[in-house]
Write a protein that binds this ligand. Sequence first.
Ligand SMILES: [Zn+2]
Length: 335
Amino acid sequence: MARVSAGPCQGPLTSVRGAPAISVTCAGMREATTDTSTQTIDVEYLGMTRYIACCLLEGDGPAIIDPGPTVSLGKLEEGLWRAGLSIDDLGSVLLTHIHLDHAGAAGTIVKRNPRIKVYVHEKGASHMIDPERLLASAEHLYGDQMDVLWGDFLAVPKDNVRALSGGEALEVAGRQLQVAYTPGHAVHHVSYLDTSTGTAYVGDTAGIRIANDPFVLPVTPPPDIDLELWESSLQKIEAWRPERLFVTHFGQADGVEGHLDRFRGHLHDWATAVRRGVESDASDEQCVEEFTASVESRLNESVSADKVPLYLQGGAPSMSWHGLARYWRRTLEAT
Ligand SMILES: [Zn+2]
């Protein structure tokens, strides 16, 4: 039986509405702008700010993208409330993937408002309808901390689920959203492009980047990591020519080309380092220790000290090492 990836994979509310998100310079070049027609809700997961960003798409039948886990639902509701909304007003929940830190609250939200449609990749849909295997896998990782870390992960009734395969054009919250299947981080990962704003919601496909830091941290947990599929997913996102990315950890990220270049560079460096360890005589424990030290050192050089714990929370280096090691062992065995 295949293992199911459970996760984690590893701001304050902005409330300006309706402004156009694209500006054109006098030279005719598009310059980076903030998408002010959507709102970032910081769900303040376990008291951490700038860790999990839920996006609110206002409009006819408002939608949220990646609600986070049930344990932080109260803060999500506060964010909706500040926008003059409640769960009763929502029309859709869009999931980038089913890791607990992204999708955990979906079932609880649907229980509160049974009119909500939940969009999810077809490979994740069955786990949202019957989360037993997903939760068993998560319990393996988190043991008796499940309730504290995540809270309820309720099933979503089948009739509420809209399974996606990629390539769809959705009309959600009065907007046109394109869907792309973007595996690599997880086999059940999709990304969404809001064609009215040029914002691409890419979940964990483009790593962790907080407040437009110059650093982008890949997140590569077991069991689904696949570098070839990941590259093809990045190319799909680039083909959209998005104005900006929205990464769940954390929020809007501008300079798409530079962001993806840095992400690719770090992912390549990590993959190379992990492959070297897997092919050496060193134990996994030694490799993890060395890898963790190198990631921490790179983070300390690149981002402010207050953000280092946030990057490490989302992109736990030990878990990322094991995800890449699993990929390499599978790949090398097959050759
Ligand atoms: Zn994830």
